[in-house]
Design a binder for this molecule. Structure first.
Ligand code: ADP
Length: 261
């Protein structure tokens, strides 16, 4: 009987190891799939402006010296737009790589969060003004926190920029700051187009866009929220969104006041 029970224990142990091994394999497969998807998305996104540029350049070449000056200017200006777009995608990709949790370290300093947000909002004001969108700032208390100023500036700018981009003309974006003894909170709310419920889980995914055309028209790459989420997670923070289609969106960010590595 004893032998049998040892055998049984051994058998169970092997089964446990095999099942653990399978679990690890599955997890590796998921990682590998998401890596492949990322590479394929990057290639696609980088190729799109290239393809347009090639078509434009080819058609100019084919027409030789006969191209009317106006058409020539129009094609050249379209090419410049595509080059600009390519540059935006590349710089977003670089930011994303820099925000890779393992690849980079935070440059921590003590930062006045209210001041930081006011500086960001001042910078974005001209963009908002183009569509008569009001930027509202409210702070419930003074806050200084240990953060990486460059990374969080980028993260919070992305949220406010989105609030402007995905808004209606004459709309508003409200940024509020609050804190308790442990965390500070930044809320970015807009009365814009909103995000359909079934897309809300995916907006943080790299390259995901609810409305490709609108995102592209406004210079979006689909990387903004992925960058923002990475930056927040690097600070051991949390980001959440509440949104109702046609009514608006609110992103809330919670970050510890003291950074602990
Ligand atoms: P993009 O460069 O396209 O703006 P993001 O990663 O910043 O990429 O956002 C992903 C998608 O989430 C956007 O394309 C847009 O569809 C949606 N989105 C983000 N912020 C908002 C918002 N404030 N209101 C409505 N939709 C939003």
């Amino acid at each position: 009987h004893e032998d049998e029970s040892i055998e049984e224990t051994g058998f169970l142990e092997i089964r446990r190891i095999v099942s653990r091994f399978n679990e690890i394999l599955t997890r590796m497969q998921v990682l590998e799939d998401s890596r492949k998807e990322f590479v394929s998305n990057v290639s696609h996104e980088l190729k799109t402006p290239m393809t347009s540029m090639k078509v434009l350049a080819d058609s100019l070449l084919q027409q030789g010296d006969q191209v009317p000056a106006e058409l020539y200017r129009e094609f050249m200006s379209d090419m410049v737009k595509e080059i600009d777009r390519e540059n935006v995608i590349i710089s977003d990709l670089l930011s994303l790589v820099k925000m890779d949790k393992k690849a980079s370290k935070l440059e921590i300093s003590n930062v006045d969060i209210n001041e930081l947000l006011q500086i960001i909002m001042k910078r974005l004001k001209p963009i908002a003004a183009q569509r008569n969108i009001e930027l509202i700032f409210e702070s419930f208390r003074p806050v200084t926190a240990e953060i990486d100023e460059v990374k969080l500036t980028l993260a919070l700018s992305n949220l406010i920029e989105n609030g402007i981009k995905y808004n209606k003309d004459n709309g508003w974006v409200r940024v509020s700051v609050n804190a308790d003894h442990k965390y500070f909170y930044v809320k970015v709310a807009d009365a814009g187009v909103g995000i359909p419920e079934d897309c809300q889980d995916r907006v943080f995914d790299r390259f995901y866009r609810v409305d490709k055309a609108r995102s592209r028209d406004t210079g979006g790459t689909g990387l903004g929220l992925a960058i923002t989420q990475n930056a927040v997670l690097m600070h051991k923070g949390e980001i959440k969104l509440y949104s109702k289609l046609g009514e608006g969106t609110t992103f809330t960010v919670r970050i510890p006041l003291k950074y602990n590595a």
